[in-house]
Design a protein. Structure first.
Length: 302
């Protein structure tokens, strides 16, 4: 059909991703198209990863990231792994350098099939996260939900991993909290002028934790890679864990895990995990109209 582009439905630990091939075009996936695609049971997604021609010398592609409410996002770790999986299947290459609105992302596919993404260095400055109030120490800020004398959640660590995150440490399984009710209140809290991803993190050992996330612009999600990175950094930053941890994502299918390494050498956060191809088709980036077709496994583009 005129105007149609190739896309693949993929997932990273259950995080529903649409990888859309926009190379060779000047337009972009519109917010209206994103909302329409999110409204279909077949194409409902957490993030769209739209692959555009490179804009910076030395990069392989510019990635435009959209949430399912049509808003933009600066980072999506699980989605980036899906892009790598798709492009590696297409090209046979193993290493990539992508540009997003949040900066450059390096990624590599390993021989065992897992994919590592360099998510860059976390940002702790309150103005750059951003927050609406001045906090000299953002490892623990004054914010709580519930009664003053018995809050349900309190004192989150806040930071940016290309998008704003608030990590609340909890003493029981994150799945036991009503995050569907609490998440929207915290996402839109006045403390976060650009909204925030809300993560509940249970530390289960010096190198292990379990997380669940309410994602900014997407809502309850089965997994969120940048949130796992934020939780790992916050755990190490507050002395709860080591700098390299295995994070079990409580809401992902079979509680799948990511390995997160907050490197001491350069302060960058390296996320390693899997990505899975589901099916492929064609879509109209202006309207979101789509057709589903059988294509070679792993191919986002012909």
């Amino acid at each position: 059909m005129p105007g149609m582009v190739n896309f693949a439905r993929m997932n990273g630990l259950g995080n529903k991703i649409l990888v859309v091939d926009m190379r060779g075009r000047e337009d972009r996936v519109t917010p209206a198209a994103a909302i329409a695609l999110a409204g279909s049971a077949e194409t409902h997604f957490d993030q769209i990863m739209a692959i555009h021609d490179p804009r910076a010398e030395g990069t392989d592609a510019f990635i435009d990231i959209l949430n399912n409410d049509g808003t933009g996002s600066g980072a999506c770790g699980n989605g980036t792994r899906c892009v790598v999986q798709a492009l590696a299947a297409e090209t046979g290459r193993k290493r990539f350098l992508f540009q997003t609105v949040a900066g450059l992302l390096q990624a590599v596919k390993h021989e065992d099939g897992t994919i590592s993404v360099d998510m860059g260095a976390p940002v702790f400055d309150w103005q750059r996260i951003p927050l609406s109030e001045d906090f000299a120490d953002t490892s623990r800020i004054e914010l709580q939900i519930g009664p003053i004398d018995a809050p349900v959640l309190h004192s989150p660590s806040v930071l940016s991993m290309g998008n704003p995150h608030a990590v609340f440490f909890v003493d029981r399984d994150p799945m036991t909290f009503d995050l569907a009710r609490i998440g929207p209140m915290l996402e839109h809290h006045p403390m976060f002028p650009q909204k925030a991803n809300i993560t509940l993190a249970q530390v289960t050992g010096a190198t292990t934790m379990t997380t669940r996330t309410w994602e900014r612009g997407a809502g309850l999600t089965l997994a969120c890679g940048s949130a796992a990175c934020a939780a790992a950094v916050s755990g190490a930053r507050t002395g709860r864990t080591a700098r390299k941890v295995t994070i079990t994502v409580a809401s992902s299918p079979n509680r799948q895990a990511l390995t997160i390494d907050w490197r001491e050498t350069d302060g960058h956060v390296i996320m390693t995990g899997a990505a899975e191809w589901e099916w492929a088709g064609h879509l109209d980036p202006e309207t979101g109209a789509f057709t589903r077709e059988p294509l070679a496994s792993g191919a986002a583009a012909s």
